[in-house]
Ligand binder design. Structure first.
Ligand code: PSU
Ligand code: MN
Length: 303
């Protein structure tokens, strides 16, 4: 099998020590270069500072890597033509020797198969606005409907149709826990305005829910831990709403479709908020990575 576990990740999984999977699409396609490489390194450092092992996932030259060395991280952050790979793209990428960053769906699939239970990202993909016309729903949702992994995120990007995405998660049987919040986070904002049914306050409560999933033995669905960005670091909600409206209009005008939609909208927000959306995005991701490492530690203690 063309899947390579870094030695450190393999050892930690075998010894049931805490490991956190990190996706690479946010690095390659969600953040501006060259800042993205610093962020990739910083996220790994945050995991280590909490006593866990980082496992950034990407495909390089047809090999799926779980855990990257410095050179490999540099390739993901800087290589021209690095692709964006959802889980359906993994087989052709491996077969054809391609290189690409993995989305939530591809990262979750690879991480779960490698025995990693905790995963941190910024925001999940979801149901796009205008779904009735274009049927654009991220493959993240269905994959999480059949993969036993815990994903820490700041909700779904506000560019999406948040109520429709939450409805899909319910249909797919994916559990959603608000972390110290009773509302679903809005990625750049603390709240999307939508409620969550369950609130947890401590990493050990998340670990207990993971344990209960295994005890019940139901379908292999994911558990989403929705962790809002800190109040001091959220984007100004009025600025957010104004620029988002413009971004959606620009996306329609320029006829952006498919995989290009998410990167286009994220870039538009960053460049039209004078970097404020980027700052909020980074703050949210850092917070998610830290919490995921704490959950991984709590999970190792009970698993
Ligand atoms: N969140 C971000 N930046 C990103 C993404 C999420 O802040 O770049 C990526 C994730 O990898 C997610 C993907 O899985 O966008 C969803 O893309 P699509 O809608 O094409 O499935
Ligand atoms: Mn899509």
């Amino acid at each position: 099998m063309a899947v390579v576990l870094a030695g450190e990740v393999r050892a930690a999984v075998a010894q049931r020590r805490p490991v956190v999977a990190l996706e690479s699409t946010i690095i390659a396609h969600g953040l501006p270069r060259p800042r993205n490489l610093d962020v990739a390194r910083e996220l790994e450092e945050i995991v280590r500072a909490e006593g866990a092992v980082p496992a950034t996932v990407a495909v390089l030259d047809g090999w799926a890597h779980i855990g990257l060395d410095q050179r490999q991280l540099e390739r993901v952050a800087g290589e021209e033509g690095i692709r964006k790979l959802g889980h359906r793209d993994l087989a052709p990428a491996l077969a054809l020797g391609a290189s690409g960053a993995t989305t939530v769906s591809a990262t979750a699939m690879l991480a779960a198969r490698a025995g990693i239970r905790t995963f941190a990202t910024g925001g999940l993909g979801g149901v796009h606005r205008g779904w009735a016309e274009v049927q654009d729903e991220s493959a993240d949702l269905r994959l999480l409907g059949r993969t036993r992994i815990t994903v820490v995120c700041a909700g779904v990007k506000s560019v999406l149709d948040v109520p429709a995405t939450l409805q899909r998660l319910e249909t797919l049987g994916v559990g959603v826990l608000g972390f110290r919040t009773d509302s679903f986070p809005g990625f750049y904002l603390r709240s999307s305005g939508e409620p969550v049914d369950w609130t947890v306050r401590e990493p050990r409560e998340v670990a207990a829910a993971m344990r209960a999933q295994d005890t019940l033995g139901g379908p292999d669905s994911a558990l989403i831990v929705a962790n809002p960005v800190a109040a001091a670091e959220e984007l100004d909600p009025r600025l957010h709403d104004r620029v988002l409206t413009e971004a959606l209009a620009a996306c329609a005008r320029e006829r952006i479709t498919g995989q290009a939609v998410t990167p286009f909208l994220l870039e538009y927000l960053a460049s039209h908020t004078d970097g404020a959306s980027l700052a909020a995005n980074l703050a949210a991701v850092r917070g998610n990575v830290r919490l995921a490492a704490q959950i991984a530690a709590a999970w190792s203690a009970v698993a």
